[in-house]
Design a binder for this molecule. Structure first.
Ligand SMILES: [Fe+2]
Length: 223
C-alpha cells in the first residue's frame, strides 16, 4: 500500500507538469515570483495567506483539510477524480487528524509557523508536513480551462529563464526528477525560490519533509 501511495504521489506531481503550458504554472507561480523579490517576511506572509487551509486554526486541535477550489474531476484527464479524492480525503485527512492530536492543548498557530523547526518537533515533522504539503498542492493546481486564461508574469518568466534556461526546460527537469523510480521511496518534488529571491531551484524532499524545514536542504527555501 505504501509503495502504491508513493507512486501515486509522484504521478500526481508529474501530472501537474503535464497539465499543459498554462495549467500548472500560471497563477500560483506568478504569486511565487512576485514573492521572490520581496522580503523574507513578506514571502512568508504571502505564503501563509494563500490558502484558507493554512490559516491559523480557531482553536488548538482545529487544523482542517481545506475544500478544493475546484471539483475532484477538474484536473482530468491528467489527474483522475479517485486519485484526487484519496489524497484529499484520506491522506490529507489522516495528516490533519494526527497534527491535531500532536498539538492538543497547545496554543493554535498557523501550520506554516510549525515548519521551520519541524525536524526537532517529533510528530509535527510528518503530520504537519503532510498537512502543509497537501494544502499547498491543492492550492497550486488549477483546472486547465481556468489556467489558460492566465499568463506567467514577465518577472517570473525572467526568473525561470535565468534559472533553467526556459519554461520547457524547467518542465522537463521537473518531470524527470518526479518520475516514478527517479527518487527512492516517498517524497515530493518542488520548485522553490532561494533566500535571496533571485533564483529558482528544483529540489526533492523525502516523505513529508519540505523546503521550509530547517535542516532538510542546504538552505531554507520557499515553495
Ligand atoms: Fe498524498
Amino acid at each position: 500500500k505504501h509503495i502504491k501511495t508513493n507512486m501515486t504521489k509522484f504521478s500526481l506531481a508529474v501530472s501537474a507538469i503535464l497539465v499543459g503550458s498554462a495549467a500548472a504554472w500560471s497563477t500560483p507561480m506568478t504569486m511565487k515570483a512576485d514573492a521572490g523579490v520581496d522580503s523574507r517576511r513578506n514571502i512568508l506572509q504571502k505564503g501563509a495567506a494563500f490558502a484558507a487551509g493554512l490559516a491559523a486554526p480557531a482553536a488548538a486541535g482545529a487544523y482542517a483539510v481545506p475544500d478544493l477550489l475546484y471539483d475532484f474531476d477538474a484536473l482530468e484527464p491528467y489527474i483522475d477524480a479517485p486519485t484526487m479524492k484519496i489524497h484529499h480525503d484520506k491522506h490529507h485527512g489522516t495528516y490533519v487528524a494526527n497534527i491535531n492530536k500532536a498539538t492538543e492543548g497547545k496554543d493554535p498557530v498557523p501550520i506554516l509557523d510549525l515548519m521551520a523547526d519541524a525536524l526537532e518537533a517529533g510528530p509535527v515533522r510528518n503530520s504537519g508536513g503532510g498537512h502543509y504539503n497537501h494544502a499547498f498542492f491543492w492550492d497550486e493546481m488549477t483546472p486547465a480551462d481556468k489556467a489558460a486564461k492566465t499568463k506567467v508574469s514577465d518577472q517570473l518568466e525572467a526568473l525561470i529563464n535565468k534559472s533553467f534556461g526556459s519554461m520547457d526546460e524547467m518542465k522537463a527537469q521537473f518531470e524527470a526528477r518526479a518520475a516514478p523510480g527517479a527518487l527512492f521511496g516517498s517524497g515530493w518534488v518542488w520548485i522553490c525560490v532561494n533566500q535571496a529571491g533571485d533564483e529558482l531551484k528544483l529540489v526533492g524532499t523525502p516523505n513529508q519533509d519540505n523546503p521550509l524545514m530547517k535542516g532538510v536542504l542546504d538552505e531554507v527555501m520557499f515553495p
